[in-house]
Design a protein around this ligand. Structure first.
Ligand code: SF4
Ligand code: SF4
Length: 164
C-alpha cells in the first residue's frame, strides 16, 4: 500500500469512528437524564431500601421494643447492637440503653427480619456519614421514631399503622 492510500484509509477510519460517536449521541438525544442533581434533588427510593436503622414506637410514642435481644443475636457483626433493659414492678420491659454502631453495619437487614414486634426497621435514608467513629454510634434517642413517624412507616408499607 502506497503512503497516500495509507493516509486515505486512516481518514476514512477516523470519519467512520466520528459517525459512530455521533450515532450514539443521537440515540440518547431527547432521552430523560438518568442522573439527579443531588443533593438538591433527592432520589425516590424504594420503601424496601436498606438505609438507616430506626426503632419504631407504638402509636402513642412509647417503646415498642420488648428487649428480647433477638436483633443483637442475629447480627453478623459482633456487639454492633447493644441493649440493656430491666423489668418494672409489673414485669414490663424497660429499655435502658439501645445503641447501634452504624459504622460497622453491613445493612444486611437480619435484625429487621427477626424482630418479633416489628420494632427495628430500615428507613430510605442513605446520608449516614460522620466526621468521627464515635459519631456513628447511635443511641436510643437517635434511633427512636416518634409515634407519628412510626405510624407513617407502617402505613406506607401496608401494615396496620395503629399499634397500642
Ligand atoms: S442490618 Fe445487619 S449488620 Fe446492620 S445491625 Fe442489622 S443485623 Fe447487624
Ligand atoms: S428484636 Fe426487636 S424487640 Fe427484640 S430487642 Fe431487637 S428491636 Fe427490641
Amino acid at each position: 500500500m502506497s503512503q497516500d492510500q495509507n493516509k486515505n484509509s486512516q481518514v476514512f477510519e477516523g470519519m467512520a469512528n466520528i459517525g459512530k460517536g455521533m450515532a450514539t449521541v443521537m440515540k440518547h438525544f431527547g432521552r430523560k437524564p438518568v442522573t439527579l442533581e443531588y443533593p438538591e434533588v433527592m432520589p425516590d427510593l424504594s420503601t424496601r431500601f436498606h438505609g438507616r436503622l430506626a426503632l419504631l414506637t407504638k402509636s402513642d410514642g412509647t417503646d415498642l421494643c420488648i428487649g428480647c435481644k433477638a436483633c443483637a443475636k442475629v447480627c453478623p457483626c459482633n456487639d454492633l447492637i447493644q441493649i440493656e433493659m430491666h423489668r418494672d414492678e409489673d414485669k414490663k420491659p424497660v429499655i435502658d440503653q439501645f445503641t447501634i454502631d452504624k459504622g460497622r453495619c453491613i445493612f444486611c437487614g437480619n435484625c429487621t427480619e427477626v424482630c418479633p414486634v416489628d420494632c427495628i426497621k430500615m428507613l430510605p435514608d442513605f446520608e449516614l456519614s460522620g466526621y468521627s467513629r464515635e459519631e456513628l454510634v447511635l443511641d436510643k434517642h437517635d434511633l427512636t421514631l416518634t409515634g407519628e413517624e412510626s405510624d407513617e412507616w407502617r402505613q406506607i408499607r401496608g401494615m396496620n399503622p395503629h399499634v397500642e
